[in-house]
Design a protein around this ligand. Structure first.
Ligand SMILES: [Zn+2]
Length: 320
């Protein structure tokens, strides 16, 4: 087996992982590269689409829009969360935080920034950005059933990054979609081509350079066989960035309690979408509220130690 990231064929380790989100429980072979440490699927199943069950898949939820005072408060909070600007928004973010938008601060965005979200599904994050004043936001996802046009003007097109011709983006981001993409080098190369000279590429993915992988192995919930084709290590992301001509400038770990409760469930043979799952029925789950809170606290500690099971990688042009 040859690593699709660094081409190494030596000292790779093989693993068998079960499909456990839907509970099909069929086995899929993965291998971990002996050189760059990237964990990857050996062969992509020919029927991979059947592992993305249409309407049930989490990306395609409907977006609900708030009104009145609540909408105003959310707008202030989200604008602060994304840009670091605004005192009231800061207080609101402390009180009821948006957990994803703060990752944009590291990319240095403003409300004028041109932002492209690749593999955005229904476009939740972009919708929040549009609602709080970001004018130039756009989404694409090749697996959406059709083009989505929201009342606030946000459009999500049904296309892949390779079909995008318009360049000059200030931020191109992939929020938990890059791990589903087989052509890793080509995707980053295309992103690089479409960025403005000072543009930033943000890749948020699960990472094998984590306590959860070390502790749970093939029962690690974010391995997510066979949908996740690549589980990068810090080293393999560094390798890929170099190869494509990016500088990997920052890595921010942003894992949460999911790494614990999801993996604990897999250890006990409880699929993510099962009736007994914390994701489906928190009250019928095997966890107490106290346990979940403790998992959240431990996740924060793991992030601080760069051991959380997911991270945001910030790639800049080498010349910039
Ligand atoms: Zn490798």
């Amino acid at each position: 087996m040859q690593c699709r990231i660094c081409s190494n064929q030596e000292k790779n380790t093989t693993y068998e992982a079960r499909e456990m989100m839907l509970g099909i429980r069929d086995m899929h072979t993965y291998f971990k590269c002996g050189e760059c440490g990237c964990l990857q699927i050996a062969n992509v199943p020919e029927n991979i689409q059947e592992y993305y069950p249409g309407d049930d898949y989490y990306s395609y939820d409907q977006i609900k829009t708030e009104t009145g005072l609540k909408k105003m408060l959310i707008t202030l909070r989200d604008r602060y969360a994304a840009t670091g600007q605004g005192f009231i928004g800061k207080l609101l973010q402390m009180k009821m935080p948006h957990d994803k938008l703060p990752r944009l601060q590291q990319a240095g965005v403003s409300v004028q920034s041109r932002i492209l979200d690749v593999g955005c599904g229904a476009g939740h994050l972009l919708h929040s950005l549009k609602e709080c004043g970001f004018e130039n936001t756009h989404g694409i996802d090749p697996f959406n059933a059709k083009k989505i046009e929201y009342a606030n003007g946000l459009t999500i097109e049904q296309k892949s990054i390779h079909e995008v011709t318009e360049g000059g983006w200030d931020l191109i981001m992939m929020n938990h979609s890059f791990e589903h993409v087989l052509d890793q080098h080509e995707t980053l190369t295309q992103i690089k081509k479409l960025l403005s000279p000072n543009g930033v590429c943000m890749i948020r993915i699960p990472t094998v350079s984590s306590w959860a992988w070390d502790h749970y192995g093939v029962n690690w919930v974010q391995l997510d066989a066979p949908r996740h084709l690549f589980l990068h290590s810090q080293e393999s992301m560094q390798y890929l960035a170099d190869k494509v001509g990016f500088e990997l400038r920052d890595t921010i770990y942003d894992s949460f309690a999911f790494q614990y409760w999801g993996s604990e469930q897999y250890l006990k043979d409880i699929p993510l979408n099962d009736e007994r799952s914390y994701a489906v029925n928190p009250d019928k789950s095997i966890f107490s509220d106290h346990q979940i809170q403790s998992y959240a606290i431990r996740s924060k500690a793991l992030n601080a130690e760069q051991q959380g099971d997911q991270a945001a990688f910030y790639l800049h042009n080498k010349s910039a």
